[in-house]
Design a protein around this ligand. Structure first.
Ligand code: SF4
Length: 64
């Protein structure tokens, strides 16, 4: 199963939530979080793109 995580480096630029809103959302504090327990196959490409494009390398997409 694929999972995703946003760490404390996030600066709330919003890129991941634009690229893959099925997985990432901005919280009330303006920072991103993962709002799903599992990254489904159809979301994987977007999630990985967000992982590679996040300007502060805050995103991890990994196997569990
Ligand atoms: S792309 Fe990175 S810095 Fe920007 S909101 Fe997402 S996790 Fe935060």
């Amino acid at each position: 199963m694929k999972k995703a995580e946003v760490n404390t480096n996030c600066i709330g630029c919003g890129l991941c939530t634009e690229l893959c809103p099925d997985v990432f959302e901005l919280q009330d504090d303006g920072l991103a979080r993962v709002h799903v327990g599992e990254v489904k196959d159809e979301w994987l490409e977007g999630a990985k793109e967000a992982e590679s494009q996040c300007p502060v390398e805050a995103i991890s997409v990994y196997d569990e």
